[in-house]
Design a protein. Structure first.
Length: 340
């Protein structure tokens, strides 16, 4: 599927699309199963939360015009929202880890020219989910600093806008400037660290390493190829984002027709009637979001996985090992051993 030499941009992109062509059923089948299960779990959590606090929600909706809900009415809704949000976050992190682990499991077979079997892909991916989840969480922590600073900028700007009406916005303006300068200072560092650890999920699956050792291994593999990995990875993410955006736009256009037929909500209609009227739009939007999520979560990882193989070819002479594994007996040879 790929030449047994250092890969250029064309080789990486062709290899990524070739992997999709050979293993799309297994790759996308795993992603669809995982994300549908995640949606069902989150939907069940929402249904449970609504059954618990639905009465309070209807009380707030039925308040007379201009009436303010009491904290006793709002508190259960806040607690339910936080619980559902936390549960959804855990479910999405776990589903992302499964899909991220499935990508190198598929790539391992396609690079070696072996048949891609769904059961084998699922087994190898599920076994490595804890390690991959660890690398995803540890890498995600890197981005918390600029995200926190960005949130500080946003809050400071909102406070400054409110304070400017009273003629005192100096403190909020200083906080916003500090947060903006902090983002400018930390964003390059975070980007550099993100690229250094970008190969860790593939190390966890290909080499069977734990989270910390996978990140150390990724750090070593990226040495000497940071700019090339950054540029090709960024291109892969941009291509996937553009495809996901196009899919969502197409689905939004298709869902405009059922939405246009709902008409304005009459006074005699209640919340249930409104939810039924929006069910068609929600179903189409969910399908579009699911397809876009699958594209944006698999294609960049295929690109990154091929960059992992490329770095090992460049630094560890992996090409003869790949040639030997591709010509070995058995439909599922073990992953190429760690060299060095």
């Amino acid at each position: 599927m790929i030449p047994l030499r250092p890969l250029d941009l064309g080789d990486v992109l062709v290899g990524a699309f070739a992997s999709i062509g050979r293993g799309w059923k297994q790759l996308y089948g795993t992603a669809v199963a995982v994300y549908l299960a995640a949606v069902l779990l989150v939907g069940g959590a929402i249904a449970v939360a609504y059954s618990a606090v639905g009465d309070r929600l209807r009380e707030i909706i039925d308040l007379p015009r201009g009436g303010e809900p009491s904290w006793a009415q709002v508190q259960p809704l806040v607690v339910a929202f936080v619980c559902v949000w936390a549960f959804a976050l855990v479910v999405m992190l776990l589903s992302t880890a499964v899909v991220t682990a499935a990508v190198p499991a598929v790539l391992q077979d396609t690079v070696l020219g072996r048949p891609v079997v769904f059961g084998a892909v699922w087994r190898r991916a599920w076994e490595r989910v804890p390690a991959v989840l660890g690398t995803v969480l540890l890498t995600g922590l890197i981005g918390l600093v600029p995200m926190a600073l960005l949130m500080a900028v946003f809050v400071a700007l909102m406070v400054g806008l409110s304070a400017s009406l009273d003629g005192d916005a100096n403190a909020a303006g200083g906080l916003a400037a500090f947060g903006f300068l902090g983002v400018l200072a930390t964003a390059p560092v975070v980007t550099w660290l993100w690229v250094k650890f970008s190969l860790a999920p593939h190390v966890a699956v290909f080499e069977g390493q734990g989270p910390v050792r996978s990140m150390r291994r990724s750090w070593d593999l990226v040495r000497g190829g940071w700019w090339r990995i950054f540029g090709i990875s960024l291109l892969g993410y941009l291509m996937a984002a553009a495809a996901g955006f196009a899919i969502r736009e197409a689905v939004d256009m298709a869902s405009f027709v059922p939405m246009a037929g709902t008409g304005p909500l009459r006074e005699s209609q209640d919340l249930t009637t409104l939810l039924v009227g929006l069910s068609g739009w929600f179903a189409l939007a969910l399908v579009g979001q699911l397809v876009a999520q699958i594209v944006t979560s698999t294609f960049p990882q295929l690109v990154t996985g091929l960059l992992y193989v490329d770095q090992r070819i460049r630094n560890e002479n992996l090409a003869p090992v790949l040639a030997s594994a591709a010509g070995g007996a058995g439909p599922h040879p073990p992953a190429p051993p760690v060299v060095g």
